[in-house]
Design a protein around this ligand. Structure first.
Ligand SMILES: [Zn+2]
Length: 90
C-alpha cells in the first residue's frame, strides 16, 4: 500500500530509520539516527525539515536554507550528479 507515512520524526523513529541531512554549502551529507533527543526537545510530531539543523563541518544553518533534512535533503541529493567521492566544489 505505497510507502509508509514518515512525515514526523516520531514516525521515522518508529520505523527505525534515520533522517538524511545535507549541507548545500559544503556538501556534507549524513544519516541522522539519534532521534530520541530530537523528539524530547522538539516533540515527535515535528517534521525533520523544520528542525534547526546546523552543519557540523561548516556551520551553515537550516534557517538560512543552507542545510536540508528529510524529503528536502533526499530531493536535493537526487538532483545532484551521481558522485560517490568527495563533494565537488563548484
Ligand atoms: Zn556544511
Amino acid at each position: 500500500m505505497g510507502k509508509p507515512r514518515m512525515d514526523s520524526i516520531g514516525d521515522i523513529r518508529r520505523h527505525g530509520c534515520a533522517i538524511p541531512v545535507v549541507c548545500v554549502d559544503c556538501g556534507r551529507a549524513v544519516e541522522y539516527g539519534d532521534l530520541g533527543p530530537l523528539i524530547l526537545r522538539f516533540g515527535s510530531g515535528k517534521r525533520p525539515e523544520h528542525l534547526p539543523w546546523r552543519c557540523s563541518a561548516c556551520g551553515a544553518r537550516a534557517r538560512d536554507g543552507r542545510v536540508l533534512a528529510g524529503v528536502w535533503a533526499r530531493d536535493w541529493l537526487l538532483s545532484q550528479p551521481v558522485s560517490r567521492g568527495a563533494p565537488s566544489r563548484s
